[in-house]
Design a protein around this ligand. Sequence first.
Ligand code: NAP
Ligand code: G3H
Length: 471
Amino acid sequence: MSEHITLHDTESTIKILSPLDGRLLGSVKAMSQEEVDNEVERAKKAFHEWREVPLSQRAEIMYKAADLLIANTKSLSELLMLEVGKDQKSAESEVTRTADFIRFTADTAKSIHGESIQGDNFSGFSKEKFAMVTREPVGVVLAISPFNYPINLAASKIAPALVSGNTVVFKPATTGSLCGTALANIFLEAGLPEGALTVVTGKGSVIGDYIVTHPDISFINFTGSTEVGLDISKKVHMVPLLMELGGKDAAIVLKDADLPFAAKNIVAGAFSYSGQRCTAVKRILVLNEVADELIRYLKNEIDKLKVGNPLTMPAEVVPLINEKAADFVWELMEDAKAKGAKMIVGGKREGNLIYPTLFDEVTEEMRIAWEEPFGPVLPILRVNTVEEAVALANKSEYGLQSSVFTENITDAFHVASKLEVGTVHINNKTERGPDHFPFLGVKKSGIGTQGIRYSIEAMTRVKATVINLNR
Ligand code: NAP
Ligand code: G3H
């Protein structure tokens, strides 16, 4: 059993302020050790009954939760806008995408079958022996979600876990915990029995070590930064981990690419929600021959972006989640400038709002070439050959996704085959969806695979019951 540490109490409530105007939106409990234990205990107790509920009934609860989400789209998207600073369109699409995700999860769970394997496939055994292979829930799943998709990245853990017969202890990101709590209430209203889904609130820096090493947690499904993911993986023993972490997704632009199309895609991929997406395009690797032309198109697209407070205008580039995040992005920009990067556009800041910024002539010495800003700044590294682009792409410690833009499908497949990432998009920006595709990161971008069926498989284990007819 892993070492279980003590949780020291700090303040009893945490105020949640809007990143848009600092207004007080509400507060959540900074739970004490006893309160955390209580939530885990409720989930543990509920497991034995919940796993016995027929799958078709568990699925019905998921469909009901999806309907309730849709019915509450307006209030949930307003909360998303205020709590994590999303623009209205992105907030509404997060809610509808989540409802679609939950429905598809229920459909998928109902279509997963076990198998039977005959013994005589292996030498020395007869077909009188065969294995009935079924999938079992793992127990109590700890779901930890990040701030940037407080509804979607919470539900994408909770729904596959629950529909498979697990119970869930959900720890939302503190900024995002009002949205997370609203989501949990929807699942409960949909008919989950007592304890099937419990919520633990409190700052990760305070409560995190205690909860991840809790002896009654059977599985941890975490999305967040590589720094916290690494920390968890060092502390947890003999508990399976599913982790989606940071990224430094490269858009590789070859010399025969459709440049206006590539620029449009890259700008949308890099700057929507101010780049606060794990899959945002975070660097461009472009062949020198077409770099100047690409930059002209990129600048043109960036100039069209609407920047500001999404409460007052339909902005794509919005204030970052907090001042500290903006300071970090600014620091990377200052470092790039000091080391000689050429700023094409941007470089302006008002509080935690940073204007979309494009840097050319970025070199490997600059932090922006390697670090994940999680903000609206995009570096261009020029290369002389395709091989150089691939080598630079793979030199990153991250391996979430990459894009390759080219009109030559053979080149596209060649580059894709060399890239050390979970997903390569040919002629498209990097992105997670559609949600039934596998979604994973290699190297420091994650452990395991998400995506509807993959998430269900990850949070269930195989059980073999061996039948011997020939006694
Ligand atoms: P974060 O700071 O790592 O926080 C993620 C979650 O972990 C939050 O719920 C946080 O709680 C909790 N946490 C913090 N310290 C913890 C600890 N010691 N033990 C256990 N839990 C702890 O990440 P974020 O700022 O919310 O999100 C941005 C990062 O997430 C970026 O790096 C981004 O690339 C990554 N991300 C990756 C994916 C993906 O699918 N690959 C998706 C989204 C985001 P508190 O909020 O209370 O601190
Ligand atoms: O932030 C990480 C999300 O998994 C990205 O999802 O590509 O749909 O924005 P997205």
